[in-house]
Design a protein around this ligand. Structure first.
Ligand code: ADP
Length: 559
């Protein structure tokens, strides 16, 4: 028996329609500029999206061409988020922090046809232009776009350069949006390449709408029309974790920082705009916390949740924000999972240390996301909160392949292999112990680099700590701890090792230590362990070696 329900496609056009009509006056976007905030209600955003769609049609975007963006988090970027998929083309936000050769690789692989670029980012994209093989149009957005466009015109043969404002002037503010198959491509992102070559993931209209609904659920990020969300996470990083589309879906307002990404403007933005929800990777929040500690009068009382994801959230960060009355909500996901797959909302009944365990876990599976843990011998682990293996996931917003790439080894019978190692408990809470490639394999035993890092970052003198496995003649691999000491503090390797005693088995204590000014970061702000391993291999790190711990086997028996 067939249902009697209408089969209405789930599209970005439909969420744009809802946001710009039902919430057209109350939902709004505020973008930070050098002269204060620039605001627009969602009805105006949708009118601009229509103008942009006309302008792009005029450039020859008539089918599923890729329209790339090379932009900060701002209103025009939001307009592209809505216009490009709704007209049937594919939005492709490029990572503005990647080295030129990787940007070129990604843009060529995706066969980008148009690139919208913020005028302030022209110097960053200029060196890439000669290597772009499929781009025909560069559209410069922002103040002084016309002059900025003149400066690059002719520098890239075969690429026409336009000013955004010129292209949009005079365009109609409505558009006859085409009917779109909900399974067709809406947007694409490339994984940031922490693990080898970047791989493209293509989101469908349906997956974006369902993910938006999924993250707006009460037990996920609980986004509603009274929220004002500040995605500090860049709009090129997994579509800003889905926050912009979700906000349009439910009529929540957006506050966008543009290029003003340092702690002070961010902290002020929260205060001035009464932000209720903000999201970024831990390294961003670490800087903001230092600002808040130094400026305790900052009024953050409006902020309900700070979403932390992308890397494991250290307990000290959660405790630090708690001092300012702000709750950190830990979430886990990846480019391949749109990205939100788990959110760590602790059960009401949990208290004390148990509550902390829930909060520090990567979180509970969001409705419609399924997960399983597969042990090294191929068995599916019970949900007992301890059996560890590779985490595999599936669901309506999880990718089933990569764009233009055969990566069948990344999938297992319809499940995505995440490359993350961890366990699930009986209530569907996921705890990651490490990334498979970062686990330190020492004498046949596994050491979690993340656990050592988070414990070290709990030491009052430590600002940042990253731990990687380095080759060791005797044990195969041993941990190397790279530490950034807080300004004005001092601490020795012995003291840090002694601090770890009792918190991890003795044989896991690192004997190699290196004090550095900064831990290298990836283009999305995560510790760059590839670079650390390379620096160690090339002898670029000053390493202090302490006496090794007791023989590993004996030490393990001792536990
Ligand atoms: P890349 O793989 O290039 O870093 P992604 O942003 O897709 O790009 O990263 C996804 C990975 O980030 C996950 O597989 C996981 O290893 C890590 N990650 C994301 N969120 C968390 C978290 N809350 N805790 C620990 N690791 C996380």
């Amino acid at each position: 028996m067939r249902s009697t329900m209408l089969d209405v496609p789930l599209t970005i056009g439909s969420l744009t329609h809802h946001g710009s009509t039902v919430h057209g006056r109350t939902g709004s976007v505020a973008t930070l500029t050098a002269d204060g905030l620039r605001r627009a209600p969602y009805a105006e955003v949708a009118r601009n999206a229509a103008r942009l769609a006309h302008a792009l049609r005029g450039l020859g975007v008539t089918a599923d061409q890729r329209v790339a963006t090379f932009m900060w988090n701002n209103q025009e970027h939001l307009e592209a988020y809505l216009a490009v998929p709704s007209m049937g083309a594919v939005l492709h936000p490029l990572n503005i922090r990647l080295p030129s050769d990787q940007v070129a690789y990604i843009a060529n692989h995706a066969e980008d046809f148009v690139v919208l670029v913020d005028a302030t980012l022209l110097p960053a994209i200029a060196p890439v232009l000669p290597s772009l093989t499929t781009v025909r149009h560069l559209v410069v957005v922002g103040d002084n776009a016309a002059e900025a466009a003149d400066a690059v015109r002719g520098k890239a043969p075969g690429v026409e350069v336009h000013a955004y404002s010129d292209l949009l002037t005079g365009q109609p503010d409505t558009f006859d949006w085409p009917d779109i198959d909900e399974r067709s491509a809406a947007a694409m992102c490339y994984s940031s390449g922490t693990t080898g070559n970047p791989k493209g993931v293509v989101y469908s209209h349906r997956s974006v709408v369902l993910h938006s609904m999924g993250i707006a659920l009460g037990d996920a990020l609980a986004i509603g029309s009274n929220d004002r969300a500040l995605p500090v996470v860049p709009m090129f990083h997994v579509l800003a974790w889905g926050i912009p589309h979700a906000c349009f879906l439910v009529g929540a307002s957006l506050v966008l920082p543009d290029r003003f990404m340092t702690p002070e403007p961010l902290a002020r933005l929260v205060e001035d705009e009464r932000v209720t929800l903000a999201g970024a990777v831990p390294s961003v929040w670490g800087g903001v916390l230092q600002y808040l500690d130094a400026n305790p009068d900052t009024d953050w009382s409006s902020l309900r949740d700070v979403i932390v994801g992308g890397s494991a959230c250290p307990r000290t960060l959660m405790e630090g924000f708690e001092r300012h009355g702000v709750r950190i909500l830990h979430a886990w996901g990846m480019t391949e999972t749109s990205p939100v797959a788990t959110v760590a909302v602790p059960p009401e009944y949990s208290g004390g240390e148990r509550r902390w365990r829930y909060r520090l876990s990567q979180g509970r599976l969001v409705s419609l996301v399924e997960a399983r843990v597969v042990t090294p011998d191929g068995a599916v682990a019970p949900w007992n909160g301890e059996t560890v293996g590779e985490v595999e996931v599936r669901g309506p917003w999880i990718t089933g392949s990569y764009y233009g790439e055969d990566a069948s080894d990344r999938f297992d019978d319809g499940w995505l292999r995440t490359g993350d190692v961890g366990h699930l408990d009986a209530d569907g809470f996921l705890t990651l112990t490490d990334r498979a490639k970062d686990v330190i394999k020492s004498g046949g035993e596994w050491i979690s680099s993340v656990q050592l890092e988070n414990l070290l970052m709990g030491h009052p003198s430590v600002a940042e700590a990253s731990v990687v496995g380095v080759p060791d003649e005797r044990w195969g691999e041993r941990p190397l701890a790279t530490v950034v000491v807080r300004t004005g503090e001092s601490v020795t390797a012995e003291q840090l090792r002694d601090f770890l005693v009792g918190q991890v088995p003795r044989w896991q204590l690192p004997e190699r230590w290196s004090f550095v000014a900064e831990v290298p970061k990836t283009s999305v702000g995560k510790f760059d362990k590839k670079v650390l391993r390379q620096r160690y291999a090339e002898g670029d790190l000053v390493v202090e070696t302490l006496t090794p711990p007791a023989r590993q086997a004996d030490a393990a028996d001792e536990e």
